[in-house]
Design a binder for this molecule. Structure first.
Ligand SMILES: Nc1ncnc2c1ncn2[C@@H]1O[C@H](COP(=O)(O)OP(=O)(O)OP(=O)(O)O)[C@@H](O)[C@H]1O
Ligand SMILES: [Mg+2]
Length: 345
């Protein structure tokens, strides 16, 4: 039986493990602590700090490696990929870890991005703010998620304050996009090179955190364009696994925001809303199985449960609602679960 080693043990590792089990694939999740939520459904290998001896014993137990977050330390990923196949590969991970590399890759493939400037000093930040104009968004190049490590600059007075807060990290200043919509594309490429794409998903964020996704967003031209973009990124990186690209729709045009080398929160609706979930698709893609159908089963709306879970009985009494509780301790701003409502066709 194939065992997939997952670098991480949060809710994405949990849902990957559930999908793997139905395919007859085992998982082992590398966790920082024993209470991480994937432990509810899969064995954990608990390694709290960088410990090559523990990493060695983890990698010896698995056949193929994958990620549930791009924010894994590159030393760990490098160590692992020298021993077993890592899907997606190191290059894909390295690009997705850095908003600067990511934007350069998008542009090299002819994909529009927000105007941006890499910033290493307060003077460079002042210059960049003048060049791009305000408002603009200052972001850490690495290790951001759920809107963390980002400050919106509205006036020149914000510049020094933002620098004092984030200036110890490598930074990027992005022009503020006045978008009509936010869309994401989720697709997969298998070890054999087959590709499959889900329909575009429309997303809503509050304070930088995803609150709602709806799919399918049906617009044939945008779908084709987004798939072309993803195809060229996947081929360029020799990418294997599920990939997500987030877009802004600006004046009818797709502008790439960022990519995630993994299953993605905006694809959670596929669990009940598509013939093959993104989690199953990822396991199929990295273990050499044929990819599954991405056909939708209805119109899906996914709500994230942030900071608290809703009343379970109320959700369960709805005929087309699906309740997902990740079993995590409540904390303000923390993703604790999600609810998907699929209206059948
Ligand atoms: N340049 C921009 N112009 C306008 N809005 C932006 C810009 N960059 C980010 N945002 C808003 O903030 C949200 C989060 O930004 P981004 O995706 O870069 O951050 P993140 O922390 O990596 O989020 P996640 O990993 O959860 O997707 C975006 O989905 C969008 O709503
Ligand atoms: Mg994002």
């Amino acid at each position: 039986m194939t065992t997939v080693g997952i670098l991480g043990a949060g809710q994405l590792a949990m849902m990957l493990s559930q999908a793997a089990a139905t395919l007859g694939v085992k998982t082992l999740c590398l966790a920082a602590s024993a209470d991480e939520c994937a432990g509810q459904v899969a064995p954990l290998c608990v390694v709290p700090t960088a410990d090559p001896a523990a990493w060695e014993s983890f990698v010896a137990q698995v056949d193929v490696l994958t990620l549930e977050t791009e924010n894994v330390i590159l030393d760990l990923a490098t160590f692992m990929s020298a021993r077993k196949p890592l899907c997606p590969n190191l290059e894909s991970l390295a690009v997705s870890q850095d908003r600067g590399y990511e934007k350069a890759l998008f542009q090299s493939q002819g994909i529009r991005t927000a105007p941006y400037s890499l910033v290493d000093s307060l003077n460079e930040l002042k210059q960049a703010a003048e060049d791009l104009g305000l408002p603009a968004i200052l972001k850490t190049r690495r290790f951001g998620y759920d809107g963390k490590g980002q400050i919106r600059l509205s006036t020149v007075d914000d510049i020094t304050r933002a620098w004092n807060e984030l200036g110890k990290h490598p930074l990027i200043l992005e022009g503020f996009m006045r978008f009509e919509r936010e869309l994401s594309l989720i697709g997969a490429r298998s070890t054999q090179g087959d590709m499959a794409f889900y329909p575009l998903t429309e997303n809503w964020h509050e304070h930088g955190i995803l609150v709602k996704s709806e799919a399918p967003f049906l617009q044939a031209q945008l779908q084709a364009e987004a798939e072309d973009y993803m195809r060229s990124i996947m081929l360029g990186l020799d990418y294997v696994g599920v990939l997500a690209i987030e877009f802004f729709l600006v004046e009818g045009q797709l502008v790439a925001n960022e990519m995630a080398p993994r299953v993605h929160n905006t694809g959670h609706w596929t669990i009940e809303g598509a013939k093959t979930s993104q989690f199953e698709q990822h396991i199929r893609a990295i273990t050499g199985m044929p990819l599954g159908s991405t056909e939708v089963l209805g119109h899906s709306v996914m709500h994230n449960c942030i900071g608290m879970m809703p009343d379970k009985a109320e959700i369960l009494s709805q005929p087309h609602a699906y309740y997902h509780d990740y079993g995590k301790a409540p904390r303000p701003g923390r993703k604790l679960g999600h609810i998907t409502v699929v209206t059948p066709r």
